[in-house]
Design a protein around this ligand. Structure first.
Ligand code: PLP
Length: 384
């Protein structure tokens, strides 16, 4: 019997997925706050544009790097919304931000080179580094400052083996937006080591306290930054699987070769949907954004009112990274909250080794369900 490769066997299932599966099998009423996607449906005008495109024959392969109109729409959105300047030919349209990250890592990390990520961190970077036969190093950021990026710690961990540093801002799981100067210092160090910064900015459209700016917009070394974005979160389009990678044209040309032999191109229909989302009416998205911001305020208030509960203030995305006073591992706490109190959170152990005792709450849910969820969390913490 042939065995799967070491590469495949090393990839681990995340504890977030474990909670998701338990929730799916549960019979009673659950408040699902573990899910990392908007609860809103894709707006009508986007669906209409995609359906019309399909009826008019957009059912074929597109150019590998994407439809010219889609690359142009992404290039203009990056410039207008986030100050990131790339020509359309410096953009490749991908199957979600996920593929963009995978391409970025495959294109920058040689075997035995290292990917560094400040922790706590989204788990998929590690798997992607291992799939590139590279290694992965999480550099913990301090809880006292809300897990904000401290460039010194990252720079100290870097060496000539470092090929890429991933900066996720706004952050999943903390919701923090990294400070410009800290990001700039990391890019400078990356340039010194001939490495790249992969700016995972899939949540940049959901930034609540001040202007959203891409790292490539303000660094002195934009050629050392690869920008990853997506329609998934800010446009409520997770199921369309439409993202992008933007960077220096030389690297984008190289990356397109891998993209060509793995996915060929992003879905034609999804690319038409993205054009409508990025260039069409913005009101539906602005409404969602305002709803997320109101929910963020609610989360800050409710966390502040519950004894023994705290979190860094979420400044973007839709996550709060909760600290409790319970001395147990987060998967056990999460399973208990699900089983006994009907509320589902993602265990912090699914986000690296920096804060495995915490729990991630997603506020991509209605105000009413969020309030119900907090009532259940409060009761659960009291009775644990
Ligand atoms: N990066 C981060 C930090 C995420 O949380 C996610 C999705 O949860 C992604 C990238 C990928 O999103 P998508 O592939 O849907 O664009």
């Amino acid at each position: 019997m042939p065995t799967p490769t070491e590469r495949v066997r090393r990839a681990e299932r995340s504890s977030i997925r474990i909670m998701f599966d338990l929730a799916e099998r549960h019979d009673g009423d659950l408040v699902r706050l573990e899910v990392g996607e908007p609860d809103f449906d894709t707006p009508e005008h986007v669906i209409d544009a995609a359906a019309q495109a399909a009826r008019e024959g957009a059912t074929h392969y597109t150019p590998n790097a994407g439809l010219p109109a889609c690359r142009r729409a992404i290039s203009e959105t990056l410039a207008e919304n986030f100050g990131v300047m790339h020509n359309p030919d410096e953009v490749v349209v991908t199957v979600g931000g996920m593929e963009a990250l995978h391409l970025a890592i495959l294109a920058t990390v040689s075997p035995d080179e290292e990917v560094i990520v400040p922790g706590p961190t989204w788990p998929n970077y590690e798997t992607q580094a291992l799939l590139a036969d590279g290694s992965f190093r999480e550099v913990p950021m301090p809880a006292e400052s809300g897990f904000d990026l401290e460039a010194d710690r990252v720079v100290e961990a870097m060496s000539d083996d470092t090929a890429a540093v991933v900066l996720t801002t706004p952050s999943n799981p903390t919701g923090r937006v990294f400070d410009r100067d800290e990001c700039r210092a990391v890019v400078e160090a990356a340039a010194d080591h001939d490495a790249y910064v992969i700016a995972d900015e899939v949540y940049l459209g959901l930034t609540y306290d001040g202007a959203a700016e891409g790292i490539a917009a303000y660094t002195g070394h934009p050629d050392h930054v690869l920008t990853v974005g997506s329609c998934s979160k800010a446009y409520a389009m997770t199921g369309w699987r439409l993202g992008w990678l933007a960077g220096d044209s030389h690297l984008i040309d190289e990356v397109t070769k891998i993209h060509e032999s793995t996915t060929a191109c992003a879905s034609s229909v999804a690319q038409h949907a993205a054009i409508a989302a990025l260039t069409g009416p913005q009101e539906p998205f602005e409404e969602m954004y305002r709803a997320f911001r109101r929910r963020r305020d609610l989360v800050v208030d409710r966390v502040g009112e519950i004894d023994g509960l705290s979190c860094p203030r979420p400044e973007g995305a839709f996550y709060a990274f909760l600290e409790t006073e319970i001395d147990d591992d987060s998967l056990s706490i999460a399973k208990y909250l699900l089983r006994e109190h009907g509320v589902v959170l993602a265990p912090g152990s699914g986000f690296g080794d920096t804060a495995p005792e915490r729990l991630r709450l997603s506020f991509a849910n209605s105000t009413e369900r969020l309030n119900e969820g907090f009532d259940r969390i409060e009761a659960g913490l009291r009775e644990y």
